[in-house]
Design a protein around this ligand. Structure first.
Ligand SMILES: [Zn+2]
Length: 365
């Protein structure tokens, strides 16, 4: 694979992503402006009198409409493109089933949150952002804990690392970081993709490092060691806890802003009260605008954490060359754009480009 192909792959995904975002924004605006939203609520209320069931069917109807409208985009980026660039190991039906599973898990988590949201907006009026922000903090702590032990196993088979010499390396590495070898697992990423990845997830007792089998099978032990060291860097620098903290500050700020913007703009579209179900898409619109401002900020913080973890990987292993080599290999394998436009990287990238990561490491020590 060469960089021209990687660039084409990345740019196609980027252009489709932006088109999808603009399109959904415009459609949502039209949906509110031409009273379709009000009509949908009235229509549902013909059959249902309970408010909570009404909001549930309202959101389900919106999700179904968006699923149908955006199906061509999802197919193109999620299935077609991955096969065109030979990155996928999924058959069409596996792809559908994985998508269904994701939607189901999303619904199990999302529906109670929707009810909680509706409860707070009905009980607290314009101040809903405060109790809802507090609830979201509790939810994010709970989710961080259950993701590795309950959510991820729905999608992947997660097993302890078996390789003895690798285990020994992990023990040595972990001494300084204070994480146990029992916390390093492998997961069968290869059932879906040829790409490779690793992650640090969990909180408290559930914290662990996960390594894709696509990584374990194709990289030397030195290379794998540097990846584990990078993930340990996230642990050592408390990035998960910091992310929860930063996420909570941002969510209070976001909810506060959209609560007030939503209230101010209700009358523009003929809505009368903030707890009106038909006005929910207006809240989504404001959420999208605030999210747009927030994206580069959270990505900037995430890239900063990645540099910190990279630096930790080099300090703790003393294997700078092996680490750079690993990053190069991963970029090739995942068809990453080596040098995206600086504005694209600044806005969209949660991880620095390989060019910036190697620059950072070269200037380091
Ligand atoms: Zn990382």
């Amino acid at each position: 694979m060469n960089n021209t192909q990687a660039k084409k792959y990345s740019n196609t995904k980027l252009i489709i992503g932006i088109t999808e975002a603009v399109l959904s924004f415009v459609l949502l605006l039209l949906f509110i402006n031409f009273n379709f939203s009000l009509q949908l609520e009235v229509y549902i209320r013909n059959f249902i009198s309970n408010d909570y069931l009404t909001i549930l069917f309202f959101v389900l109807a919106l999700s179904l409409i968006s699923l149908i409208l955006f199906a061509p985009f999802n197919f193109y980026t999620g299935y077609y493109l991955e096969h065109k660039y030979n990155l996928s190991n999924q058959t069409f039906w596996k792809w559908i089933i994985e998508g269904l599973k994701e939607s189901l898990v999303g619904a199990v988590i999302g529906i109670p949150l929707l009810f909680l949201f509706y409860f707070t907006i009905k009980s607290f009026g314009i101040n809903w952002w405060l109790p809802f922000g507090a609830l979201m903090f509790i939810v994010s702590v709970l989710l961080a804990q259950i993701v590795p032990i309950i959510i991820l196993p729905i999608f992947y088979k997660i097993t302890p690392i078996e390789n003895e010499s690798l285990k020994e390396r992990i023990v040595n590495l972990s001494k300084d970081a204070g994480l146990n070898v029992q916390n390093v697992y492998k997961f069968n990423m290869s059932k879906n993709t040829k790409k490779a990845n690793a992650a640090f997830t969990g909180l408290g007792k559930t914290k662990r490092i996960l390594l894709g089998d696509t990584l374990l099978d194709n990289y030397t032990e030195d290379e794998i060691e540097t990846v584990i060291a990078h993930e340990l860097g996230h642990y050592k620098r408390k990035h998960i806890v910091k992310n929860i903290f930063i996420g909570t500050v941002f969510s209070f700020l976001t909810f506060f802003l959209i609560a007030h913007l939503h209230k101010i703009s209700l009358s523009w579209f003929g809505f009368s009260e903030i707890a009106q179900i038909a006005s929910l898409p207006l809240l989504f619109l404001w959420g999208a605008i605030v999210g747009l401002v927030q994206t580069p900020i959270t990505n900037y913080i995430s890239r900063k954490f990645e540099y910190e973890a990279d630096n930790y990987a080099v300090i703790s292993t003393n294997k700078k060359e092996a680490f750079i080599q690993t990053l190069e290999k991963l970029t090739d394998q995942n068809l990453g754009d080596r040098e995206p436009h600086p504005i694209v990287e600044w806005f969209f990238y949660s991880h620095p480009s390989i060019k910036n990561r190697t620059n950072n490491l070269s200037s380091f020590i």
